[in-house]
Design a protein around this ligand. Structure first.
Ligand code: ADE
Length: 240
């Protein structure tokens, strides 16, 4: 999968995504990321990319021309009109099913805004999806874009080397993941739950399922309402 990030701060996203699992997947050629500097496309002789808002008000607005030309150049190179996400607090809140859905795309453009916003006309022409990372306001779209690239990438086949860990985890079936433990068996007087040392896989699976249910009930009761629960799960939760 190929990500194109339209930004005024290309080094920020390049550095932020160059390490760990995502960086390795790029080295292996499964993913690629191109941070395109919007400023490279301005026709203004002072390299300006923003101007005052019509109608007045605080702050500056990113102008349509450099964004459109940068976007068009990407689409020309990709050979088709690429799905284009604009990161904005006015968008649909990002979630795991969206990450899975975006991961089916061959190419994806992420547009990062700054200042007080982006000229509405260019958004109308190029944006296919408006996405927020939560109900708070950040100074720019770069961190949200990095969040999307990370979450989408791990859903691209081959990125996670142990594909299993992409499925048995938080939000699968709207349940949170069970707690995990590693060596030593006792740490700060806290012992690992004995069932995990029993070698009884069926019992371990049952315990983990129960832990997922309890944890979701305690921490995210809103998710539990949407969860795929078996009769056994419901019985467990009622007696718990
Ligand atoms: N840009 C600024 N704040 C944002 C948010 N919460 N989500 C996505 N993009 C943003």
């Amino acid at each position: 999968m190929k990500f194109y990030i339209l930004t005024l701060f290309p080094e920020m996203v390049e550095q932020g995504l160059a390490t760990s699992i995502i960086g390795r997947a790029m080295d292996r050629g499964i993913l690629s990321l191109e941070a395109v500097n919007i400023r490279d496309y301005t026709l203004d002789k002072h390299k300006k990319v923003d101007d005052y808002p019509y109608g007045g008000g605080a702050g500056m607005v990113m102008q349509a021309q450099p964004i459109y030309d940068a976007w068009e150049a990407i689409c020309q190179r990709a050979g088709h009109k690429v799905r284009t996400v604009y990161l904005t607090p006015q968008g649909t809140t990002f979630c795991q099913p969206m990450a899975k859905e975006f991961a089916k795309e061959e190419d994806l453009i992420l547009l990062c805004g700054h200042y007080e916003g982006v000229d509405e006309r260019v958004l109308e022409e190029i944006v296919t999806d408006y996405v927020s990372v939560g109900d708070y306001v950040l100074t720019g779209g770069e961190l949200p874009a990095m969040i999307l690239v990370d979450a989408i990438s791990r859903m691209v086949p081959g990125v996670l080397t142990n594909q299993d860990s992409g499925e048995t985890e938080s939000f699968e079936g709207n349940l949170l993941e069970y707690p995990q433990y590693s060596r030593p068996e006792v740490w700060h007087d806290r012992a690992v739950p004995p069932i995990l040392l029993s070698g009884n896989h069926a019992k371990v699976d049952e315990w983990r399922r129960q832990q997922s249910l309890i944890r979701t009930k305690e921490r995210r009761p809103d998710l539990l309402e949407k969860a795929d629960l078996t009769e056994k799960d419901k019985k467990y939760l009622n007696f718990e």
